[in-house]
Design a protein around this ligand. Sequence first.
Ligand code: UDP
Ligand code: MG
Length: 332
Amino acid sequence: MPLSPEPLALLSLVIPCFNEEQVIAETIRRMTHFCSELSDLEAELIFIDDGSQDGTLSLLREYAAKDSRIKVICFARNFGHQIAVTAGMDAARGDAVVLIDADLQDPPEVIHQMIIKWREGYDVVYGTRTKRKGESFFKRSSARGFYRLLNQLSDTPIPLDTGDFRLMSRPIMDSLKAMPERDRFVRGMVSWVGFKQTAIAYERAERLAGKSKYPLHKMLRFASDGILSFSTKPLQISIALGMLAACIAMVGVFYAIGMRVFTDIWVEGWTALMIAILFLGGVQLICVGILGEYIGRIYNEVKQRPLYIVEEYLGFTDQQPTHSRSPTIKYK
Ligand code: UDP
Ligand code: MG
């Protein structure tokens, strides 16, 4: 009896989309073209519509109806990039999973090189940006500074200048699924998991069309998630800051007593007093604020809410998604 051929390994591409109607058609064209170039791998494209308010979802719906490789997870609202990526990874069945943005800043063609590394036995192949085209000086320099600061603070070394564009093996996926935290900083979590990881360098292209979906407040939130989820050093820094303020205050006290005892000059005036009060008040507020950030995150965790709510799964069969953190809903 002829042996049935070995099933091909499956590659899942996870693509978060938030108001990307201007790029989505070209993205799908480039990605499906990339998939048809794969000779010895099957592919699935998992798009996550992160509560888009433009035509993104209806376009995705159209493409999913035409191509069985295209699957769509529709969120009930905007949950943010990192959660969208998590939902995609939860639903992905691939032996390897690639995270890639919808705006074609990360060229799909680079994935060929990632696959070669994966076949050599690496579990994570992440793309390191050598150049970032079309991004403002502020974005480039703040990102550069952030990755360096994060590495100083974090106990887990996190690669520099590396985004979420990466290929990961099944063991990494299964490890990530066991990590239920709500404030998710996916690239740090992947570093924390371990296994064999390697980098490949690539040039980050310009966004194809539309605007960045990461305004300053989202960037700051993302940066604080990175730092606070991977380090308790800010707490230690706040203790050090408090000690420094106390030391400065003690110097002032000794100075005032010394002047009183050994000279005829009195330290007087309200200026010094005000400065001391403001300085100590400031230090205390900063420290309480840092503490509050951690407590806020603990509060978020203990609420035990689902990480995301899916309104609809499109293009998935009944068996999928096998692992979902959301209490959902409709399959189509
Ligand atoms: N994105 C998302 N939810 C959000 C913000 C962004 O799913 O709340 C997606 C977005 O559609 C894109 C990716 O995350 O595919 C990266 O966003 P963007 O390109 O705007 O960020 P940048 O490259 O400017 O850092
Ligand atoms: Mg982008």
